[in-house]
Design a protein around this ligand. Structure first.
Ligand code: PMP
Length: 389
């Protein structure tokens, strides 16, 4: 009964891609414990260290007492509580859009939105490095799909030039790309979309709380307010809890409430989670200190790696890959980091091309200069041992 599963797992093992789950025995943070050993965490998306913020914990505690553990239903039946409504209002103010709609995660937001705005009369044009949830959202539909080379505006324009007959044309891009840490050329995309009458859809999972004033995202970063039709954000990474959302026009919110299947058919965020997200948005609105620290740390770490001679690819955000190439060597380098007391995830084919394996470092606002130096010293030594620098 299980032999076909075992065969596939054997293949994964032979390719050096088999990874049992790493089970941490401490709270998320910069130093975490793994089997009782202290490890410097350099792979989490907890960009601002908000997962353990006292105001968010307190907000979650109070909501837990008031509402209980779960929402009890999908949003469209009895699962919209006033705390969900407040979160959407506050998020809309934060994003500067008429409306927002919160989903259970960024992944379900992409599935729900793409799955409902695209039909066989429509064309979707997607960057080749877009996230799996975008790819899967598109796969749920019968839309005609065109993939353009990463950030290639010439190719995007060539596709748009021949797209006249479709009802909707939707250009989809990550705001910040999760494997390379580079930023989408949003002004160019918006310019082309306006020229050819296309909808612009940006997935800001790694830009939410990271890019733009107070972490408002890539649309704010490029001052493109009112020109990006659908902004998707996550509440699971820098915002420190879990959830996803669409920020855009009220008509889109109304449409999605009636059409987006994960919204219609899956239970809403627990109220304590919605309360924690609301507290996080207020923290972001109040101050930019954490974001400034995040960027100072990221710039220092990336520049130091470059000076040592590492290939950090096209990174321009706190996502900083050390590109190694071969999948096996990549995983060996990641293992070496762990021996040295640092957790930095190895990412290999099929997530990235076969010759583009990398160990991905993610810097956060909570890393101290000593933490970064600790990692850099060990990286330099391992880099020499592996002949990378
Ligand atoms: N989009 C992108 C670009 C992502 O990197 C991720 C998370 N890996 C998601 C969406 C999904 O977000 P969430 O974790 O909130 O489901």
């Amino acid at each position: 009964m299980y032999s076909s599963f075992e065969q596939e797992l054997t293949k994964i093992k032979e390719e050096g891609r088999y990874r049992p789950l790493t089970v941490w025995d401490s709270a998320p943070g910069t130093w975490m414990t793994l089997n009782g050993r202290k490890i410097l965490q350099m792979s989490s998306n907890n960009y601002l260290g908000l997962t353990g913020h006292p105001e968010m914990k307190e907000a979650a505690r109070q909501a837990l007492e008031r509402y209980g553990a779960g929402s009890g239903s999908v949003r469209t039946i009895t699962g919209t509580l006033d705390i969900h409504d407040q979160l959407e209002e506050e998020l809309a103010k934060f994003k500067g859009t008429p409306a927002t709609l919160v989903f259970q995660s960024g992944f379900t937001a992409n599935l729900g939105i793409l799955g409902s705005i695209l039909s066989d009369q429509d064309l979707v044009i997607s960057d080749e490095l877009n996230h799996a949830s975008i790819i899967d959202g598109i796969r749920l539909t019968k839309a005609k799909r065109s993939i353009y080379a990463h950030k290639d505006l010439n190719q995007l324009e060539a596709i748009l030039q021949t797209s006249g007959s479709y009802r909707r044309k939707v250009v989809v891009t990550d705001g910040v790309f999760s494997m390379d840490g580079d930023i989408a050329p949003l002004p160019g995309i918006v310019g082309l979309a306006e020229k050819y009458g296309a909808i612009v859809y940006v997935d800001d999972a790694h830009a939410s709380g990271v890019l733009g004033r107070n972490g408002k995202g890539s649309t704010d970063h490029f001052s493109l307010h009112g020109r990006v039709h659908i902004q998707v954000g996550t509440l699971s990474k820098a915002v420190g809890a879990v959830g996803g959302y669409m920020a855009g026009e009220q008509v889109l919110k109304d449409y999605l409430i009636h059409k987006a299947r994960p919204f219609l058919f899956s239970t809403s965020q627990p109220p304590s989670v919605a309360a924690a997200c609301l507290a996080a948005i207020r923290i972001l609105q109040r101050s930019e200190d954490l974001i400034e620290r995040l960027w100072a740390n990221a710039t220092y770490f990336r520049m130091s790696l470059k000076q040592m001679g590492f290939d950090t690819g096209s990174s321009e955000t706190p996502i900083i890959p050390v590109i190694i190439g071969d999948p096996k060597r990549t995983m060996q380098f990641s293992d070496r980091m762990l021996q040295e007391g640092i957790f930095a995830q190895g990412i290999v084919y099929p997530t990235v091309p076969m010759d583009k394996g990398r160990v991905r470092f993610i810097v956060t606002a909570l890393h101290t200069m000593e933490d970064l130096q600790f990692a850099l010293d060990r990286l330099q030594k391992a880099g020499r041992d592996f002949g990378l620098i």
